[in-house]
Write a protein that binds this ligand. Structure first.
Ligand SMILES: [Zn+2]
Length: 247
């Protein structure tokens, strides 16, 4: 068997990004033509691949959702390059796209296809600048890479974590409204596997030596203690969203 990938791809290189809104629309399932799919446990042909209930759960959570064409069969595991997707939690990211890059979804092209040096997809879901949630992949994606702070809440790599990329420069705090939407996305993702809010981590918790996303979301992070508080505050926010969704 070929060596499996464990790569991460945020703070992206935008040379291959899409910036034209028409191009983005061409990559999406036309609005109103989405087909919801029930959670599948697999059949005689083998276990189900990927999580094909993502879009349905996000919509049910009241989010503005669009599906990227082909998402139900997209993933590094579908390509035979990663372990089968078996999420135990999720990781929160920002793209690091400079604010000078125009468009609502400037990173979508890279998140789907990857770059010449990094295979896509690079996230399961993408929160655009206007907070539309684009569903990119049902399977394993190259978003988090190997944890370098040890084991992260029992997760060991990309095949064990959903990845959300938020379109955000990372140089200023993410507004509370956008953060709340991200928390709701994580809650909807984890609901599919009946996982608790404590299984949501920031990329900087996962890989503290090389990543700082999601940055600045609860003020400056001047100490390890402050960092832990900020990460816990986000998990509490996810938990609040869980309670709303379960009502
Ligand atoms: Zn990241």
């Amino acid at each position: 068997m070929a060596e499996l990938e464990e790569l991460d791809g945020c703070e992206l290189d935008f040379s291959e990004s899409l910036t034209v809104e028409d191009d983005v629309e061409a990559l999406l399932v036309p609005a109103g033509e989405e087909e919801d799919e029930e959670e599948s446990e697999g059949d005689a042909a083998g276990p189900a691949m990927g999580d094909r209930g993502i879009a349905k759960r996000l919509r049910k959570a009241g989010l503005k959702v669009r599906e990227v064409d082909g998402w139900k069969t997209r993933g590094r595991d579908f390509a035979g390059a990663a372990a089968a997707f078996n999420p135990k939690g999720s990781v929160n990211h920002h793209t690091g796209t400079p604010e000078s890059v125009p468009g609502n979804a400037p990173t979508l092209g890279v998140l789907i296809k990857g770059r010449s040096d990094l295979n896509g997809p690079l996230a399961n879901v993408y929160q655009t600048r206007n907070d539309t949630i684009l569903v990119i992949a049902a399977g394993t994606t190259n978003h988090a890479g190997l944890p370098d702070g040890g084991e992260i809440r029992g997760m060991h790599g990309n095949s064990q974590a959903y990845g959300l990329e938020i379109e955000h420069a990372g140089s200023s705090p993410l507004p509370d409204k956008r953060l709340r939407i991200a928390a709701r996305v994580h809650a909807a993702l984890l609901l599919g596997r009946d996982l608790p809010a404590r299984q949501v981590v920031q990329h900087r918790e996962w890989a503290p030596s090389r990543k700082f996303d999601l940055a600045s979301n609860f003020g400056t992070l001047t100490s390890k203690e402050t960092n832990a508080q900020a990460c816990n505050k986000f998990r509490a926010m996810v938990d609040e969203e869980f309670r709303k969704l379960k009502k």
